[in-house]
Design a protein around this ligand. Structure first.
Ligand code: 13P
Ligand code: SF4
Length: 310
């Protein structure tokens, strides 16, 4: 079946089943095109709270669908592909962080939203890459433990030097794999290009950038800049989306390996099958089910994120 025909069927099924599709911008174009809401983790969290449809189908990774369920507990929330997870979200257990809290009781715990709901129950506030600086600046606490991403944590530390920020050795395996040598090579190949980098990359890579910012920050910077060429230091779907949106500019990937395999597990047939399942047919679907206490306990730090970051 042609992509366009499958997209049409998906759009019809969305209406019949009263389902809203949320797609993280690391999904490919063919998926973003059929979504009702697209964006980064922060925007999609806020979108999830305000959805009227009865069902939410999240195209992304597990912690994102889990966050949507926490924020919209009365809805049925489905993840587009069973097993699509963020490896960083699993790096530290609730027990491990609870032990550090015991030893350092005056340190507030800031969790990147790329964490499990379990871990969020022992954290004070969540952040996304787009909101981390603002939230950490707005917190009353002077001493902070930032988990799990030490590269994003280092970026926060440099930009909020007035706070005492403790880091652990976690991070995104996709972004942290890029080396400064690779970055220098790509810069050499495209000397006119501006270099835009996500703070999940290593600090030695970020130091070479003209701009460091979240997915949304990178997109907005490239859209609004008068420059004509850009090296994009984040997941390669952003190169694809920007090239589509700004055909007169040129976008180069920082590395061909900047591909999040988990984000790319979802396909249009997965979305179609989930919608068939929601409609009562025999399509395979994966619903996020959480007990009420876990929802309530993990929600506190997401609400705090929206209060301090909004
Ligand atoms: P955003 O916070 O920019 O959505 O990023 C999510 C993510 O997984 C980054 O790797
Ligand atoms: Fe997780 Fe990295 Fe993939 Fe983002 S790009 S979902 S942080 S593994």
């Amino acid at each position: 079946m042609k992509v366009r025909d499958l997209q049409d069927r998906i759009c019809k099924l969305k209406k019949i089943t009263n389902t809203a599709i949320l797609a993280h911008c690391y999904q490919g174009r063919e998926i973003c095109e059929i979504a009702d809401f697209t964006g980064d983790s922060y925007k999609l969290s806020v979108d999830a709270m305000n959805i009227e449809a009865e069902n939410i189908l999240f195209c992304g990774v597990h912690f994102m669908a889990e966050t949507a369920k926490i924020l919209s507990p009365d809805k049925h929330v489905y993840l587009s592909k069973k097993g699509a997870g963020c490896p960083m979200a699993e790096q530290f257990s609730r027990e491990y962080i609870a032990k550090i809290r015991e030893k350092e009781p005056d340190r507030a715990v800031v969790a990147y939203i790329n964490t499990t709901a379990e871990l969020k129950t022992v954290c004070d506030v969540c952040v996304t890459s787009a909101s981390a600086l603002k939230i950490v600046r707005n917190m009353d606490a002077e001493k902070i433990l930032f988990v799990p991403d030490c590269n994003l944590g280092d970026y926060v530390k440099r930009n909020v030097p007035e706070k005492d920020i403790m880091l652990l050795d976690g991070g995104c395996p996709v972004h942290r794999a890029v080396t400064p040598e690779q970055a220098l090579e790509v810069k050499k190949a495209h000397p006119e290009a501006m270099f835009l980098v996500h703070p999940e990359c290593r600090p030695e890579v970020a130091e070479l950038a003209d701009y460091v910012g979240s997915t949304t920050g990178i997109i907005d910077f490239a859209r609004n800049s008068n420059a004509r060429e850009f090296i994009i230091g984040t997941e390669n779907s952003i190169v694809e989306h920007l090239q589509y949106e700004c055909p007169d500019k040129k976008f180069y990937p920082l590395s061909p390996d900047l591909i999040c395999r988990d984000m790319k597990l979802t396909t249009l047939p997965d979305i179609y099958n989930t919608l068939v399942g929601i409609g009562g047919g025999d399509g395979e679907m994966y619903e996020i089910l959480m007990d009420e206490k876990l929802i309530a306990d993990s929600r506190k730090c997401i609400d705090e994120m929206i209060r301090l970051g909004g």
